[in-house]
Structure formats: structure tokens, C-alpha cells
Design a protein around this ligand. Structure first.
Ligand code: ADE
Length: 255
């Protein structure tokens, strides 16, 4: 997969995208992530890439000329181009998977108050937000989105098992994890995990994932239980017990 990032701050990217999994995947040829400095394309004699907004108001707006020329120079015509923006489609696992299936896409990072709307329109850009808050620029948002999408590119995680496991539990928050030693300063690892009964371990993990989701994200739990997934008899027993408990807590709160 090839990703081209258009930004005024290319120096922000290497530390994040060249470390760890994404760095390895780039070295191994699974990913190619390139940054393009929009400022290199400005025709302004002071190298400016922005200007005051028509209609007045605070802040500066990214001018069309450097962005158009940078996009043309890197061959973005007709390609999927994402503009990072708090008014965009919210990034989630589904969008990340969709991007991971692309052979190539482009990402534009804005700054200041925003970018000239004609850049978005003329290049048919999709806007993507990473959450309902405003960052100083699109770079951090682009890193989050790219990191999240690249996890779904086959081979990037090294082992596909993690993704497979994730999909079993998709829609639930993660169950707790433990490693050696079994006893650390008096804190024990749950007994079931060290006894080696894989069926019981899976059920315990399922129960923990359900419990943590019920407590922290009841909206996610409701959606998970409505999904077409088939549950085993043991899983159903766990679900019923947790629902009884949470309904009991709700009733208690009402009183
Ligand atoms: N740029 C500024 N804030 C952002 C956000 N929340 N998501 C995506 N891009 C942004």
C-alpha cells in the first residue's frame, strides 16, 4: 500500500511512522509512506501557503495554488484523497479496514483556520475526523488514521492471529492481559489463566470483555448483543448473568 501525505510539517512524521510496526513494514516493502511538503510548491515570493479569509474572521486559510500544484505533482488526480478535518466522517475500525484495502491513497493535512474550500471540492476529497475535538493541525490526526489503517494490511502486524482474535471480540472492549511472573509483589495472575484449560480461558476472556464493556460502554454492549453473531450455550449463560447483574444495578439506581 502506498500513502502520500501532503503537509507543511513533514518533519513531524518520521518519528511516528518509521518506528515499530510501521517502520518494519516499510522496510519490508509492505508499505510505502511518503511526505510531500506543500510549501515547496508555493509560487509566493515569501513562500507563504496561506492568506486571510474572505469575509473576515480570525486565522489564516490555506491557499489553493500550493495545494493544487502539490497534488498534481504527486499524481493525485482521480485517486482517493482524504482531508483531515474535525467536520469529517469519524474514523473507526470499518473505515480503517476500507483504507487498508486500497492500493494507494493521499492525505492532506491542514492548518490555521482551515483550507480554501475549492481544494476539497475540486479534488473530490473525503473529510475524516479522529474525534470531536480540534487539534492544531491535521498531522497528528493523519498519523492516527494511517497507523490504524496499516494494522489491517496483511503482514504488518507480523502475526495475523492478533487480528483474528480481535475480530472474534470485535465490538467489545479488551479483556485484561497478564504475563510473567505469576506473582508480582503480591499481585496474582487470575488462576484460570495458568491452569491451561483453553476452553475455560476463552470463556473467562469473553466474560471479562463483556463485563468491562457493560461497565464502560453499555452502548457497545447493546450493539454487540444485537449483532448476528451466534453464541455457544456457555457464552449465553455468561451473557444472561451479566445482563441480570446490570439490570439489577439499573433498578437499584432507579430507587
Ligand atoms: N484537524 C484538527 N482537528 C482534527 C480532528 N479532530 N480530526 C481530524 N483532523 C483534524
Amino acid at each position: 500500500m502506498k500513502i502520500t501525505i501532503l503537509t507543511q510539517f513533514p518533519e513531524m512524521f518520521p518519528g511516528v511512522l518509521e518506528a515499530s510496526m510501521l517502520g518494519r513494514a516499510q522496510q519490508g516493502g509492505l508499505l510505502e509512506i511518503k511526505t510531500v511538503n506543500i510549501r515547496d510548491y508555493t509560487k509566493d515570493k515569501h513562500r507563504r501557503t496561506d492568506d486571510a479569509p474572505f469575509g473576515g474572521g480570525a486565522g489564516m486559510v490555506m491557499s489553493p495554488q500550493p495545494a493544487f500544484d502539490a497534488l498534481r505533482a504527486c499524481g493525485a488526480e482521480g485517486k482517493r484523497i482524504i482531508y483531515m478535518s474535525p467536520r469529517g466522517r469519524l474514523l473507526d475500525q470499518e473505515l480503517a479496514q476500507e483504507l487498508a484495502a486500497e492500493e494507494e491513497f493521499f492525505v492532506l493535512c491542514g492548518h490555521y483556520e482551515g483550507i480554501d474550500e475549492r481544494i476539497i471540492e475540486a479534488w473530490n476529497m473525503e473529510e475524516v475526523s479522529i474525534g470531536d475535538y480540534v487539534l492544531t493541525g491535521g498531522e497528528l490526526a493523519a498519523m492516527v488514521m494511517i497507523d490504524c489503517a496499516c494494522r489491517f494490511v496483511p503482514g504488518v502486524l507480523g502475526s495475523e492471529v492478533s487480528l483474528e482474535e480481535e475480530s472474534i471480540y470485535s465490538g467489545l472492549l479488551e479483556y485484561p492481559h497478564y504475563t510473567k511472573p505469576r506473582n508480582f509483589e503480591g499481585y496474582e495472575v487470575p488462576q484460570v489463566l495458568v491452569e491451561g484449560n483453553h476452553k475455560l480461558i476463552r470463556l473467562w476472556q469473553f466474560e471479562q470483555a463483556l463485563r468491562i464493556t457493560a461497565r464502560r460502554r453499555p452502548d457497545m454492549l447493546a450493539a454487540f448483543l444485537e449483532s448476528p453473531r451466534k453464541f455457544s450455550k456457555d457464552e449465553k449463560k455468561i451473557i444472561d448473568e451479566i445482563l441480570r447483574e446490570t439490570q439489577g444495578i439499573e433498578a437499584e439506581k432507579q430507587r
